[in-house]
Design a protein around this ligand. Structure first.
Ligand code: TYD
Length: 218
């Protein structure tokens, strides 16, 4: 393997936590400081990943089996690592991704109950040892996340909505507990930033976490 010179950051958290905005702001700031930055998003990222994303997030694909879903997330990621992330790190860039394997661990491993082992195994295959140096979790509580998710899904019929809400609440409870356990297992890789403040306050917390990890550049 060639020696990695760049820095790999991923932004994580529950749906609606604001990490997409924060990832964008961090990338902007890094560019201003003179770093070459590659921004990416999962699921999606590369043009091929975008095609897989459409399958994953299409509500018509209700029948998608949990293991098939899991493999599709990793298919996106394998393409992203090969085509964009690894080459960028090898040339010394800072890579900023909106979600990475930690999302799969939280949502599929914990949320869907597939477990940690299968996610770790597939990560090894898909990512070939490419892993984040720093993972920023933009942390919001369950109620805020559910309220934001509900606001996105207003069209669902009322009676149906109650049942969906209960299922969603259980699922998101497991996702959030998953993120918390992941932080405990690897405290040095994670920075948990309170996502309840205004955008600039959260951004300051994020920047503090990043600063300590930045490689020198001339
Ligand atoms: P997206 O529209 O990007 O939402 P968000 O802005 O909240 O990230 O959709 C991503 C959804 O996919 C989100 O609900 C989390 C989920 N997801 C997984 O379940 N597993 C994964 O590995 C990834 C990358 C995302």
């Amino acid at each position: 393997m060639t020696e990695r010179r760049g820095l790999f950051l991923n932004f994580e958290g529950m749906d609606g936590c604001g990490k997409t905005t924060q990832a964008r702001m961090a990338a902007e700031r890094l560019r201003k400081e003179g770093y070459e930055v590659l921004e990416s998003v999962e699921p999606g990222g590369t043009p091929i990943g975008q095609q897989v994303r459409r399958i994953l997030l299409d509500p018509a694909n209700e029948e998608l089996a949990p293991r098939a879903e899991l493999l599709l997330y990793f298919a996106c990621r394998a393409q992203n690592v090969e085509q964009w992330v690894k080459p960028a790190l090898d040339r010394g860039a800072v890579v900023v991704t909106d979600r990475f394997t930690d999302s799969t661990m939280a949502y599929q491993g914990y949320g869907r109950g597939l477990g940690r082992e299968i996610v770790i195994t597939l990560d090894r295959i898909a990512c070939q040892g490419v892993a984040p140096d720093l993972t920023i979790i933009v942390d919001i509580d369950l109620e805020t996340s559910l309220a934001r998710a509900r606001a996105r899904n207003r069209t669902v019929a009322d009676n149906h909505e109650t049942r969906m809400d209960e299922q969603a609440a259980e699922f998101y409870r497991r996702v959030r507990a998953g993120y918390q356990e992941m932080v405990q297992l690897e405290p040095h890789r994670f920075a948990v930033v309170d996502g309840r403040g205004d955008i600039d306050t959260v951004a300051r917390g994020v920047w503090q976490a990043i600063q300590g990890k930045l490689p020198r550049h001339d």
